[in-house]
Every structure is written in structure tokens, then in C-alpha cells.
Design a protein around this ligand. Structure first.
Ligand code: IPD
Ligand code: CA
Ligand code: CA
Length: 264
């Protein structure tokens, strides 16, 4: 594990928010059967978790800025540090009582990702990384997979939902390209956890477009610290700006980029 003051602060915030999410997740199953459904309940759970994280981090590191999914941008007095926070990544899973969701917290220092945490309260899986200190799942050090043959690879992805219909044609073309080369494809529904799965060597590579920094900033550092590669979907370095991400081990990352390029 990583025992730094910074990681203590981050894990404390995630565990506190996670406790509430775990409790609320238990309620969701009961609410599934009601006519109204759990929609409002889940968005309240989401906002509550973000408030907890914001308060904890503001207290421990006063002055740092925030980029948060629910509350937006909060400028800090310290212009060199910025948190990227998704209090509940995998909302649709949470809503459907699927235990695949996470709290995601990343810290950017002078434009560089220096710490990342992805925590799934349903399974108690804590994934953490700090620049130069490796990536960890609970007490286990993470390494990306060593698979080099794309025909043997398992590729994760994100599927644009109904509201993003303009993104459907490109996604279908890319998926067709991947299906023609890779062993198979997975769509888990939580970008932060998808990247943790790349770091853990479960996915050989993964890609998604149309994301925000809070979805992938923590996971991107996990992958890098596990020895993997992260770029935007065109292979460039600016994924924090473009919101398109391609991650994987050295070989399958390169293969996946070539497949995406050919699908254009
Ligand atoms: C979503 C998840 C999902 C991805 C979406 C994201 P949310 O985040 O990460 O896997 O496909 O693009 O918006 O809304 O559950 O926090
Ligand atoms: Ca998200
Ligand atoms: Ca979210």
C-alpha cells in the first residue's frame, strides 16, 4: 500500500463517502420495485457523497481547487493543485442494483496527475496510485497484462447511451474494428473501474470517447503506475482536454489505437 499523508487524506474521504453509498445501495434494491423507481434517491446519494468528499478534502488541503461532476468547478487559492472528483462513477449500474460503481478522486499538481484513487464500496476494492509509487489494489501491487497478441486480448470499452446518438455511428465502426481483431469485448459501465481493470491486467486495453476528467483522471494514473500506457483516442497526450481515452499495456494499446484509426 501507499502510506503517505496525501493518500491517507484521499482514502479517508473515499471511505467516508463510500459508507453512505454502500448504505444507499442497499436501499436501491428495495426501491427497484416501486413505481417511481430509485432515480431521485440515487441522485441524492450521488450529491451527498460529493459533499462529503468536498468537505473532507477542503478541510485537509485548504486552498486546492476542485473539478466535480455534480457541483462543477471551484477555484482554489492555490492555483497549482486541483482535485478531479466523481463521487459515483457507474450511476446506471448503481441505479440497477449492479455492484459495479466507484468513487473516483484524482489530484493534479501543476498540470500533472500525481495521485489517484478508485474505490468500489460494494466490493471494498480500493485502488490507489501515486506518481512514482506504483498502483495498488488493497495490499496487492498492480501490473498491466503482458499479453502481446491482440487476438488473445480482452478489450474494454464505453458505449455511448441513448442521449448521445450522434456518437453511435463512430462507436459502431470502432466496435466492428475491435471485434474483427480482439478475442472479445467487455462493457462494465464505470470508466474509473474500467481503468482500474486495465491497471490490474484484467483488460488488455480499453477505450472510450466523450468523457470528463473526473471519470478517468484517477484511473489514468493507476494504469501508468501499473506500467501501462494512456493516451487520447488518437494516440495524442491530451486526454485531459479531449475527453477521449485509450489505455492498455504497451502492445495492445498500440494495436487498439491502430484499430481506432482504421475505423475513421
Ligand atoms: C459514466 C460511466 C460510464 C461511461 C459514461 C460515464 P457516471 O459516468 O463512467 O461507464 O460510459 O460515459 O458518463 O455518469 O456513471 O458518473
Ligand atoms: Ca463518471
Ligand atoms: Ca458520476
Amino acid at each position: 500500500m501507499i502510506r503517505s499523508a496525501l493518500m491517507n487524506v484521499m482514502t479517508a474521504a473515499a471511505l467516508k463517502a463510500g459508507k453512505g453509498l454502500k448504505r444507499d445501495f442497499g436501499e436501491v434494491e428495495n426501491l427497484q420495485v416501486s413505481m417511481k423507481g430509485p432515480g431521485d434517491f440515487v441522485s441524492a446519494a450521488d450529491r451527498k457523497a460529493e459533499k462529503v468528499i468536498f468537505e473532507e478534502l477542503s478541510r485537509a488541503r485548504p486552498g486546492y481547487g476542485f473539478v466535480m461532476e455534480e457541483s462543477g468547478v471551484v477555484e482554489g487559492t492555490d492555483a497549482t493543485h486541483r482535485w478531479h472528483i466523481d463521487p459515483l462513477d457507474g450511476t446506471a449500474n448503481f441505479l440497477h442494483a449492479i455492484p459495479m460503481f466507484a468513487v473516483s478522486i484524482a489530484l493534479e499538481r501543476e498540470g500533472q496527475l500525481v495521485a489517484g484513487l478508485v474505490y468500489n464500496p460494494a466490493t471494498d476494492d480500493m485502488y490507489v496510485a501515486e506518481k512514482g509509487q506504483g498502483a495498488w489494489n488493497n495490499n496487492r501491487r498492480l501490473r498491466v497484462s503482458q499479453r502481446r497478441d491482440v487476438a488473445m486480448s480482452l478489450i474494454g470499452c464505453g458505449v455511448p447511451h441513448l442521449g448521445k446518438a450522434t456518437a453511435h455511428p463512430r462507436f459502431k465502426a470502432e466496435l466492428a474494428g475491435v471485434m474483427a481483431k480482439a478475442q472479445n469485448v467487455r462493457r462494465m459501465g464505470a470508466a474509473a473501474l474500467d481503468l482500474a481493470y486495465v491497471a490490474a491486467g484484467r483488460f488488455d486495453a480499453w477505450w472510450e470517447r466523450g468523457l470528463n476528467t473526473w471519470d478517468f483522471a484517477a484511473g489514468a494514473l493507476l494504469v501508468r503506475e501499473a506500467g501501462g500506457f494512456v493516451s487520447d483516442a488518437d494516440g495524442g497526450p491530451d486526454f485531459m482536454e479531449t475527453g477521449t481515452v485509450c489505455a492498455g499495456n504497451e502492445w495492445i494499446h498500440r494495436e487498439l489505437l491502430a484499430i481506432l484509426r482504421a475505423a475513421r
